[in-house]
Design a protein around this ligand. Structure first.
Ligand code: AMP
Length: 200
C-alpha cells in the first residue's frame, strides 16, 4: 500500500504516520524530518525557509525525496504539498490513498504552542494536550532535554504555515482517493479509525 498522510500542522499526521507504518509494516518517510536532519551548508539554506514558515523549493525537496522513496509500500508524510509536487510524484509512483486527518485551525494553534520534541528519537510530546513527558522537559525514552521547533513558536511562521496549508492542500485532496479522519479525538481512537477505514 502506498499512502499519503495529510493534515494541518499538529493534526497528528506525523504521529499517526509513524504508528500506522509500524503496525502495517510500511516505510515512513517524513519530508519535514528529512529536511530537519540535513547538515552543513544545506541545513543553513533549509532553516532559512523552515524557520519563517515557508516551504522549501520543490527542486530541493524532490532531490532529497527521490533518494529515500522505496519502490514498495510506504507512507509519505508532508509530501506532496502543492500542484507541482503532485505532478512530480505522479512521474515517480502511483498512490493508493490519501489519509486526511482533519482538525480546526483553533486546535492546531493550541497544539502547536504546546509541542515539545526529542532530537534523538523524534517523539513529539504535548503539554497542552496529551501525551506529556513523565519528567517535565525531558524525553521519556532518551532522558535528553526536549526542544520546541522555531516554526511552532513564532506566531508569524505559524500563521504563514496555516495559510500555505489551506491554499495548497485542496490540490492534493482532489487528486487522489481520500480517506477522511477526525483528528480531534485521542491518539488511539484516531489510529483505530484509520486502521478500520484502510481495511474496508
Ligand atoms: P512538517 O514537519 O511537515 O510540518 O514540515 C516542516 C517544514 O518543512 C514545512 O513548514 C516546510 O518548510 C518544510 N517542508 C516539509 N515538507 C515539504 C514539502 N513537501 N515541500 C516543501 N517544504 C516542505
Amino acid at each position: 500500500m502506498k499512502l499519503i498522510f495529510v493534515g494541518v500542522q499538529a493534526s497528528g499526521k506525523g504521529t499517526q504516520a509513524k504508528i500506522i507504518a509500524s503496525r502495517l509494516n510500511l516505510k515512513h518517510i517524513s519530508t519535514g524530518d528529512l529536511l530537519r536532519s540535513a547538515t552543513g551548508e544545506l541545513k543553513q539554506e533549509i532553516d532559512s525557509y523552515i524557520n519563517k514558515g515557508n516551504l522549501v523549493p520543490d527542486e530541493l525537496i524532490l532531490r532529497l525525496l527521490k533518494e529515500k522513496l522505496p519502490e514498495d509500500d510506504f507512507i509519505l508524510d508532508g509530501f506532496p504539498r502543492n500542484k507541482n509536487q503532485v505532478k512530480e510524484l505522479e512521474k515517480i509512483t502511483k498512490i493508493d490513498y490519501v489519509v486526511y486527518i482533519e482538525i480546526s485551525d483553533e486546535t492546531a494553534r493550541k497544539r502547536l504552542s504546546g509541542r515539545w520534541n526529542c532530537k534523538k528519537c523524534g517523539i513529539a510530546y504535548n503539554i497542552v494536550t496529551m501525551p506529556r513527558p513523565r519528567k517535565e522537559g525531558f524525553c521519556d525514552n532518551c532522558n535528553l532535554p526536549l526542544f520546541q521547533r522555531q516554526d511552532d513558536i513564532d506566531l508569524e511562521a505559524v500563521n504563514k504555515r496555516l495559510k500555505i496549508y489551506h491554499d495548497e492542500i485542496n490540490v492534493v485532496i482532489w487528486h487522489y482517493p481520500v480517506i477522511k479522519i477526525n483528528g480531534e479525538v485521542p491518539i488511539e481512537q484516531v489510529t483505530q479509525e484509520i486502521l478500520a477505514k484502510l481495511s474496508n
